[in-house]
Design a protein around this ligand. Sequence first.
Ligand SMILES: [Zn+2]
Length: 303
Amino acid sequence: MYMASKNLRYIKEKLQKMYKMLIEGISQYQSSDDWKNLLDFISIQHNYSFHNLVLIMLQKPDATFVAGYKKWLKYGRHVKKGEHGIMIWAPRLKKVRQVKKEIVVEVDPVTGEEIEKEVDVEYYTNVLVGFFPVYVFDVSQTEGRPLPRLTHEVTSELPDDLKYDIFVSVCQNIADENDFTLKFEPILGSTHGYMNPVTRAIVIDNTYNYQSQIKTMIHEFTHMFLFLDGYTHGDASDIDNRVLTYNDEEVIVESVAYIVSKYLGLDTSEYSFRYISSYGGNPELLLDLGTVILRYAMMFLEK
Ligand SMILES: [Zn+2]
């Protein structure tokens, strides 16, 4: 489709260039304040219980990110004068000694026989003994070090010659050819889309803008291509045997999404670099996965 007037070598050379931009971009991003702010910001966030989330919302309905006084200080922000904390309940835990029976096999030093023996093994568990009130503060009640920029969408402009409808119909054809269905519907949470290999469906969240949806289509279709090519998941990636870790697969598919988008004139770096980095993608890994990334970027453009 996109190859109509351009030859294969031209595309390959251009993709190589985009791939280099990806590696340089990731390297720059990971030494930027934005990435450092994000890592530090994540380190002070805490998973609040449902009950506490309700308490937070009741006391401060516009709260977005909350953390304790000291946690904010750790990040480099301080609570503004006169701000009142939001009260939540923290569990009071007590270490309790427990004993369990375990069977061990011992070798009799005289006869050399294996003997099974039951022994007591002691261990400690945390037991909930009550709750005590603690105070947290919403980000709006603090000031200091800038917050990480959290873009949920591709915000750069959609180039004139990249038409959303045409792109969707190309993807529709790819789905049909491979006996997959392509659906557009709102998805709960921050997920932009997903590929389900069991139901052979690709679902794209159509509440995001066109730029984001195009990028997400490339991302999800690359998941599909990998699945159709027999890639499976494992604890360690082994490219020759088509085994990938979940993280490496995300790094590959988002890299393909970045490269192909860039090829089509759409810059997704603001979203993609953070995404790739958060799945452990770094310049070294991108070099290791380079052949796979370029193969699938090429595959997309051949369609
Ligand atoms: Zn994915």
